[in-house]
Design a protein around this ligand. Structure first.
Ligand code: FRU
Length: 494
């Protein structure tokens, strides 16, 4: 009976997608090379995994409206992380334990099967009827069709836990599985650790880490992985530094014997206004990150076209000798490059604009500033400007102050603001900038992404000009590259 109801909800969702996916023509904001929902609402990336030789990107999905509704898991697959195939919706909120939503979680391959561990969320329970959030399992042999475990939930919260108890991230270490969950206590975010021999019976290990008091009231979507012998904990705290939503990472070490994580350093991952709930996975020997390229409470002008939310372009992570995470677009971005310009030794002065011939809605820009040879105060990159510059998004790199400012006051539709982010200290005399622009997004990655700012912009289609200028003196770019970008391939297997 329950199984039948489940299949009906999934079929209904897929039918809705098939009937409506092409109904939004002339949509100026539909992205050319970023993952986005076929229709409806997308938030967090879920269950990033490689299974049977392809990459799977599941996501928080409400197919029926471009707003936050009861969550299903949508499913994209890819063989190069640029081209994407929409597959059937994998799970729907059709059980008593997930009736208000199948919230975020993980996918993990084990013994030829693919397992999903996700949060079942049920609204409207009174205090006596806790839990509101529990952890549930689903499994699949082909990575496409999933069935929920008949004895779900597999993890209940302890009686003393706050009801916020979600977003399991599972990994394997030696012969056991480990799972971390976002939780809070007394107004402070924390991460709980569980372990299991088989993904079904879970043992509570303890609190892996709690906020030091300045890191928000709730930690959502924790992720954990190791790079170069260091353990890294990724968190999406709510309520940190007067920001409703932030993303941070901590480099340190997890003691599997005690279950405690000891952070050595904490950094912002991406300071952008539209970046949240990132997750990572191992892809062809690399650690790759994808984040939700939108955020709760941001204006979403795409709603008018029947969809909302997208994912960042996949980023490869590495660790510097100083313990900073670098984030660089995966190399297969080269597959969609079209026309390119390349210059060495460009001196920016007297209104010379090396980007004056670039006309595009999607492009990639890279440059290295020679700091010793540059007397100028600011490098200003104009993005998606119109002819009279009454529209444009401006990225200003303040060389002395070591700040990056994103000015969205003339960007078109959507939120209007100026956002300032400190550039993390780097050694050497050059500062590298990389910018990915799509029809409705700008990802700024400074010094290999050790500083990152991701925002959505909603300019007119006709605003397709770009500019580069120096303010307060000359700036020497030791190298500069710019490519217009084409569209990725998008297919449907629903
Ligand atoms: C983060 C989040 C998660 C939750 C999901 C619900 O954006 O709030 O904590 O699982 O979204 O869609």
């Amino acid at each position: 009976m329950a199984l039948k109801a489940g299949i009906i909800m999934l079929q209904k969702a897929d039918l809705h997608i098939l009937e409506n996916k092409f109904s939004y023509e002339n949509d100026p904001f539909r992205l050319h090379y970023h993952p986005m929902p076929p229709i409806g609402w997308m938030n967090d990336p879920n269950g990033l995994v490689c299974f049977n030789g392809i990459a799977h990107l599941f996501f928080q999905f409400y197919p029926y409206e471009a707003c936050n509704g009861s969550k299903h898991w949508g499913h994209l697959t890819s063989s190069n992380l640029v081209d994407w195939c929409y597959n059937k919706t994998v799970i729907a909120p059709d059980m008593p334990y997930d009736a208000s939503g199948c919230y975020s979680g993980t996918a993990i391959a084990h013994k030829d099967k693919l397992y999903l561990l996700y949060t079942g969320h049920v609204e409207g329970k009174s205090a006596g009827q806790l839990p509101v959030e529990v952890q549930c399992l689903a499994e699949s042999s082909d990575g496409i069709n999933f069935s929920k475990y008949e004895r779900n939930p597999v993890i209940y919260p302890r009686a003393e836990f706050d009801w916020n108890f979600r977003d399991p991230k599972v990994w394997r270490h030696e012969d056991r599985f480990y799972c971390i969950l976002g939780n809070c206590e007394g107004g402070h975010g924390r991460v709980l650790l569980y372990s299991s021999p088989d993904l079904i019976s879970w043992k509570y290990v303890g609190v892996m880490l709690e906020s030091d008091g300045s890191q928000g009231f709730m930690w959502e979507c924790p992720d954990f992985f190791s790079l170069d012998g260091q353990d890294i904990l990724l968190l999406s705290p709510e309520g940190m530094e007067n920001k409703r939503h932030s993303t941070i990472y901590m480099v340190g070490s997890l003691d599997y014997a005690t279950g405690r994580f000891t952070p050595k350093a904490t950094h912002t991952l991406d300071d952008g206004n539209e970046f949240y709930a990132p997750q990572t996975f191992e892809y062809k020997g690399m650690r790759v990150l994808v984040g939700w390229m939108d955020k709760w409470f941001s204006q979403m002008p795409t709603q008018e076209y029947g969809w909302a939310g997208a994912m960042t372009f996949p980023r490869v992570l590495n660790l510097t000798a100083e313990g900073l995470l670098t984030m660089e677009p995966i190399a297969s971005i080269e597959d969609i490059r079209k026309e390119g310009i390349f210059h060495r030794g460009v001196v920016l002065k007297d209104g010379f604009n090396p980007l004056s011939n670039v006309k595009a809605v999607a492009m990639e820009f890279k440059c290295s500033i020679d700091l010793d040879a540059s007397k100028g105060e600011q490098l200003v990159i104009g993005i998606r400007e119109n002819g009279d510059k009454s529209q444009g998004t401006y990225i200003k790199v303040l060389l002395k102050e070591q700040l990056v400012v994103v000015d969205k006051t003339k960007s078109g539709l959507g939120d209007s603001y100026v956002q300032t982010t400190p550039i993390k200290p780097c050694h050497g005399n050059s500062l590298d900038i990389r910018v990915l622009v799509d029809t409705s997004s700008v990802e700024v990655l400074i010094n290999k992404g050790t500083t990152a700012v991701t925002n959505r912009i909603y300019p007119d289609v006709g605003s397709n000009c770009f500019s580069l200028s120096a303010v307060g003196g000359e700036i020497l770019l030791s190298e500069m590259e710019c490519f217009t970008l084409g569209r990725n391939k998008v297919t449907y297997e629903i």
